[in-house]
Design a protein around this ligand. Sequence first.
Ligand SMILES: [Zn+2]
Length: 94
Amino acid sequence: MLTKHCAECGTQISAEDWYEFIALKYCRSCAREVRRRQQAEWMREFRRKQREQHALTRQLCTAQQEEIERLRMLVALEREKVRELTDEIGGENA
Ligand SMILES: [Zn+2]
């Protein structure tokens, strides 16, 4: 039986074979606690990244709204030009 001490609480822990011994780091209850902590940390990190991504998406949407507004104005100006030219042509033909 191979034995060592839990990296968290120092309790003596044992492994059946060498491979288990290498992988073993914590006693049963500490392993559960460490895993819970890691999962909470991953979740926090995941939510943080999601928030970041949402902020970027919002920025992109705002930029695109502005671009659409700018294009609408261009279209309105072009329509105005076309109307003026049409009036000119109509005037000449009359
Ligand atoms: Zn422990």
